[in-house]
Design a protein around this ligand. Structure first.
Ligand code: IMP
Ligand code: MG
Length: 185
């Protein structure tokens, strides 16, 4: 019995992710030359991407981590609860928000307003995966790894009920795993 047995299809394999993250890291290294950005990431899905991306950047930089949860039943309001706030002030800092996936965009839409109020010098957004089909809030994505179709994906940090985050690729689960209809979001 292996975790991989639950996967119907690999959408983006580990080598393709590694190559793309290296490109993104090199791009950020160029774009932020002479600056000292802070990578702000949202737990937990973005953790794997953050860990690889920061090592692909040849720059002085720091990281900070937030954790948020959407209020159940109010998905479309975009109301978000902050479970873990920034550890340090971002005032005057060049902030790079590191996200695993942008789906409806509601989480990030809220977060951008929240971070903007803390007077950073600049805010840019990098996401590994862009799933534009379900977008409800317009998000100015500055850097993206891959655009994917409207499918529920797992692996490389992304979960289904907290599982599969440790798969080294981005994949789609067999329908039998979630017993019929694929999960939303
Ligand atoms: P939003 O809809 O853009 O607000 O997405 C918020 C969060 O939903 C993401 O950061 C993920 O944690 C989760 N999410 C969205 N789409 C997927 C998916 O296909 N697989 C796993 N998690 C997802
Ligand atoms: Mg996330």
């Amino acid at each position: 019995m292996s975790l991989h047995d639950d996967v119907e299809e690999v959408l983006i394999d580990a080598a393709a992710i590694e190559a793309r993250v290296a490109e993104l890291g090199a791009q950020l290294t160029t774009d932020y030359e002479g600056r000292d950005p802070v990578l702000v990431s949202v737990l937990k899905g973005s953790l794997v991407f953050l860990a690889d991306l920061m090592r692909a950047m040849d720059l002085p930089s720091s990281i900070d981590l937030m954790e948020v949860s959407s209020y159940a039943g109010t998905e479309t309001s975009g109301q978000v609860r902050i479970l873990k706030d920034l550890s340090k002030s971002i005032e005057g800092r060049d902030v790079i928000v590191v996200e695993d996936i942008i789906d409806t965009g509601l989480t990030l839409n809220y977060l951008l307003r929240y971070l903007g109020e803390r007077k950073p010098a600049s805010i840019k957004i990098i996401c590994l995966l862009d799933k534009p089909a379900r977008r409800l809030a317009e998000i100015p994505i500055d850097y993206r790894g891959f655009t994917i179709p409207d499918r529920f994906v797992i692996g490389y940090g992304l979960d289904y009920e907290e599982r599969y985050r440790n798969l080294p690729y981005i994949g789609v689960l067999k329908p039998s795993v979630y017993g019929g209809a694929p999960p939303e979001g």
